[in-house]
Design a protein around this ligand. Structure first.
Ligand code: AMP
Ligand code: MG
Length: 490
């Protein structure tokens, strides 16, 4: 008999960290998609998961032996305002498993029914947002970005009421953990120093064991999270990814991208780009993501103050110094990422200006972010066509920049062929273009047609391959295809 070898370390923390409850069963669960590769890497049997017992588990209709279902408590700043109690309002952590890589992973159901943290919500998820998270999180994983993963999506056979009735679904999500900045804030807001210390020990042991040897482990933890999130957001920036809801409850302590809501990839380059329908002031616009990450990390530092030093002044000084590491870490990761995208293996003083000037020219020309960089990879190939300038309204702007770039490439050691190959691996041909994502969701939700979703998943599984038969998936949206806004679906 196939089972899941659960080992639930979070459930061994004090009871006030969570509420113990089972998922709420659904009427008619049906498997939409199972991530067999991920299942195998977690030591789970894909056949069992796709069978009646596995589907029942992933729909919340059966709790397998060894699971200890809980909804976790957390707080969070949402668009700048603090909510002392959020928590898993529509998610239930079944437990943790040890993957083939020896690491620990949460297995969580999202959309599995109400919990004590649901407030006015129904605890459910609609099919569209579940598929969006599936598509985008798996695309991010293949692109090499730390992220939660999608193990499976099931439909429930029950409608969820939003503006209108929509098909319901449950996502089985896998993460290094679901601990957020907001989890620390939950206990800090209650003055619960004991819980903060227990949470810190748990997170250090689980995610940042190197911090255990730090003279002040909480400071080691803070520094490590700052570094991890700086690197993460730098990766988002090099891909044109916009998270959309960077509230402190949506920022993973492990430095993974988490809580894909109204997220989207930018088409034409513009730092002010916002998709989320609820982000009216552009707080989480593409170009605001780095300062917002620092803002969130500052909230984490505040929550950790009591653990840094008994003397408040000393604790604040320590926190400030750690936070001072954010910009250097971010800038360095960003420059490393853009150097790779431009085929630069050496480091030169003028590289930052070269990147900045390209981005400025792209913004003026409203050039497509992903297509421009991929096209540069083709330009770098001596057999290539040199077609990038066609993406710029005024070709001479690009040509002036390209001349500087070619001179800079002249000081590299790689052959042009090697450079083009390396650049192709840094510049995807395919990203989850928002209009393609919306089209796949609409077909599934409105017509029960999952073929566009499956095709999109297949294309995005090989983002760096040319896939000429799917060339249209690489295209920027036509004006009439442009998606104006994305929704959380909550
Ligand atoms: P989010 O903006 O999706 O990260 O969610 C913020 C908070 O609202 C979290 O505490 C969620 O658990 C909760 N929430 C979102 N949607 C629902 C829902 N349909 N039912 C209950 N709680 C929800
Ligand atoms: Mg959330």
């Amino acid at each position: 008999m196939a089972t899941v070898a659960f080992d639930n370390s979070y459930a061994r923390l004090p009871e006030r960290f969570f509420a113990r409850l089972d998922p709420t069963p659904v009427r008619a669960p049906q498997l939409v998609r199972l991530n067999e590769t991920l299942a195998a890497s977690l030591g789970l049997d894909p056949q069992w998961l796709a069978g009646p017992q596995g589907v029942a588990m992933m729909a919340g209709n059966a709790v397998p032996e060894g699971a200890f279902p809980i909804a976790t408590a957390y707080a969070g700043h949402q668009f700048g305002g603090f909510s002392p109690q959020l928590g898993d309002g529509r998610a239930i952590l079944l437990g943790e498993v040890l993957g083939r890589d020896g690491r620990r992973y949460d297995i969580q159901l999202k959309g599995s029914g109400p919990t004590p943290f649901s407030r006015n919500g129904d605890g459910r998820a609609a099919l569209g947002p579940v598929l969006r998270e599936y598509i985008v999180s798996e695309a991010m994983a293949v692109l090499g970005v730390p992220t939660t993963r999608a193990l499976a999506a099931v439909t429930t056979g029950q409608p969820v009421r939003r503006q209108r009735a929509l098909p319901g679904a449950v996502l089985t999500r896998v993460a290094s953990s679901h601990i957020r900045i907001g989890t620390f804030q939950f206990f800090a807001a209650r003055g619960d120093a004991e819980a903060l210390a227990a949470l810190t020990d748990h997170v250090v042991a689980r995610h940042y064991p190197q911090a255990a040897g730090h003279a002040v482990p909480a400071l080691g933890l803070l520094e490590a999270v700052i570094a991890a999130q700086a690197r993460l957001v730098a990766q988002w920036m090099t891909l044109g990814f916009i998270h959309g809801v960077m509230n402190t409850d949506n920022m993973s302590i492990a430095g993974e991208t988490i809580d894909y809501g109204p997220c989207a990839f930018m088409d034409a380059y513009d730092p002010a780009t916002v998709f989320s329908s609820i982000d009216e002031r552009g707080r989480y616009a593409y170009g605001n993501q780095p300062p917002m990450a620092l803002w969130n990390l500052t909230r984490l530092a505040e929550a950790l103050l009591p653990l840094l030093s008994a003397e408040e002044d000393a604790a604040i000084a320590m926190a400030q110094e750690a936070l001072g590491g954010f910009w250097p870490a971010f800038q360095s990761a960003l420059l490393t990422g853009f150097r790779r995208k431009l085929g630069l293996a050496r480091e030169e003083e003028g590289d930052f200006a070269l990147v900045r000037d390209l981005l400025e020219a792209m913004q003026r020309a409203q050039a497509d972010f992903t297509a421009t960089f991929r096209s540069l990879a083709e330009d770098a190939d001596p057999r290539g066509q040199g077609t990038t300038q066609a993406l710029f309204g005024a070709p001479e702007v690009f040509e002036a920049w390209a001349e500087r770039w070619r001179q800079r490439l002249g000081r590299e050691v790689a052959t042009p062929q090697q450079r083009a190959a390396a650049m192709r691996l840094a510049n995807p041909r395919f990203i989850p273009r928002n209009h393609r994502v919306e089209a796949a969701l609409e077909a599934a939700v409105e017509h029960g047609d999952f073929a566009p979703f499956e095709t999109l998943m297949a294309v995005l599984a090989k983002p760096f391959d040319e896939q000429p038969e799917h060339a249209d998936y690489a295209l920027a949206p036509q004006p009439h295809e442009r998606v104006a806004a994305t929704f959380c679906g909550t």
